[in-house]
Design a protein around this ligand. Structure first.
Ligand SMILES: *Cc1c(COP(=O)(O)O)cnc(C)c1O
Length: 423
């Protein structure tokens, strides 16, 4: 069947999530395809941020316990709101820190090398910040990252094979850290299977959920995942520098935080100001200091939308609109040097399309000049994320038409094929 603009419009009309689009600030004459890097502002997130500012205005110090969104309980409240998105109980999730800080905290807490069992297993395609954190944690323990950080190799530079990861789960591994979804290719790892294999071998396993939170459902508790961490500014639309999240399986409650601070206290004990910490009996124990209230506040509104729309519905639309984009790319751009570098199967693809082209850097610049916001990942990837809550099928149609025009007219040739400072 030939895909047409009329068909795209029909899909928009029957899309049950279409009504959320008007809740977001979408710049006129632009098509935002970068919600996997920084999600857009919604009116509800704006409202809860302004309400929190007003709590400060009205209550001063008393805003910790009074006002519309008392700050003392905000991280716990948001943890409860976020728990359904990761498949956890309310007290297994806390909204705190940032991705990298939370990884440091969780490794400081759960990496306990013993004798030969002292290595950390990761992969060669993961996000660099995770690797830097793991290398520095190994150094703190007196180990050489060159011998103690094992990175599973990719066979093709795009994907990881679960078989290869399982094979690398040897007796000398103390801890495994893997992404839920690879940030370039959008591949979803089989978390259930990998967790079962790690559990079987008595190796702790933690996941970086930055590219899956808010895009796909998870069942961390059911799968037996030991811990996870993620950022909230991508698919979750929490805003630039939004506070991150972490999950700790309840079987680990009571494990002393590796990096302790007074916000990890049992709430009732915190203001006793004792010099011995009584940690919370929940994921809250892994907080460190005073929460960044104004970077938490937009999440209240942002998460309301997820609760209402439902993560299963979001996933269904995400699969459908990403497939629509891939089918259109096949139909319109098959002879122009592009390759779709994300998995094709639904169970293995996340929330974005990974389009490869040797001129990717400057094609991205031409897209921006035409009002389309993609993102570029060196050396050759254009990431395009049609987002379930605010991207329309008609926009996806237009993106592909504009891309086709850019290629036909060789518009990209007037730009240098190199990345910007922030790509
Ligand atoms: C975005 C992202 C990060 C960013 O970490 P911050 O500490 O929030 O800067 C880390 N890991 C992955 C996989 C990401 O996609």
């Amino acid at each position: 069947m030939e895909l047409t603009l009329e068909y795209a419009k029909q899909l928009d009309q029957t899309d049950s999530l279409n009504r959320y689009r008007e809740e977001f600030y979408i710049k006129p004459n632009t098509i935002y395809m970068d919600g996997n890097s920084l999600g857009l502002l919604s009116k509800r997130a704006e409202r809860t941020l302004l309400e929190s500012l007003n709590d400060w205005k009205e209550h001063g110090i008393d805003g910790w316990t009074k006002g519309k969104h008392p700050w003392f309980f905000l991280s716990e409240k948001l943890g409860e709101m976020m728990a359904p998105l990761v498949g956890a109980s309310a007290n297994e999730v806390i909204v705190t820190g940032s991705t990298t800080v939370n990884l440091h905290q969780l490794v400081a807490t759960f990496y306990k090398p013993e004798g030969k069992k002292s290595k950390i297993l990761a992969d060669e395609l993961t996000f660099p910040s995770d690797i830097y954190a793991l290398q520095s944690q190994l150094r703190i323990h007196g180990f050489d990252p060159d011998t103690h950080l094992i990175r599973v190799k990719s066979r093709d530079g795009r994907f990881l094979d679960e078989e290869d990861i399982i094979e690398a789960m040897t007796e000398d591994i103390a801890l495994i850290i893997l992404p839920t979804v690879l940030y370039r290719s959008g591949q979803i790892l089989d978390m259930k299977r990998l967790t079962a294999e790690a559990n079987k071998r008595g190796i702790l396993i933690g996941f970086d959920g930055c590219h899956s939170i808010g895009a796909i459902p998870h069942s961390f508790s059911e799968w037996g995942v030991d811990f996870a961490y993620w950022c909230n500014y991508k698919h979750l639309n929490g805003g630039p520098g939004s506070v991150g999240g972490l999950y700790v399986n309840k079987k680990h409650f009571g494990t002393a935080p590796g990096l302790a601070g007074w916000f990890g206290s049992k709430k009732e004990k915190q203001f006793d100001m004792e010099h011995s910490l009584t940690p919370a009996e929940s994921a809250g124990a892994y907080q460190i200091g005073t929460p960044h209230v104004l970077s938490l506040a937009p999440l209240l509104g942002a998460l309301e939308i997820f609760a209402e729309a439902g993560i299963e519905n979001i996933r269904q639309k995400s699969l459908k609109i990403n497939r629509f984009l891939m089918d259109l790319l096949d139909q319109e751009l098959s002879d122009m040097g592009f390759n779709i570098g994300n998995p094709q199967e639904d169970v293995r693809r996340g929330g974005h399309v990974s389009l490869e082209h040797k001129e990717a850097a400057r094609i991205c610049k031409a897209l921006k000049e035409n009002g389309i916001i993609p993102d570029f990942r060196a050396p050759n990837i254009i990431r395009l994320a049609p987002v379930a809550l605010y991207t329309s099928y008609s926009e996806v149609w237009e993106v592909v038409q504009i891309l086709k025009k850019i290629m036909k007219e060789r518009q990209y040739e007037k730009f240098a094929n190199e990345r910007e400072v922030v790509a």
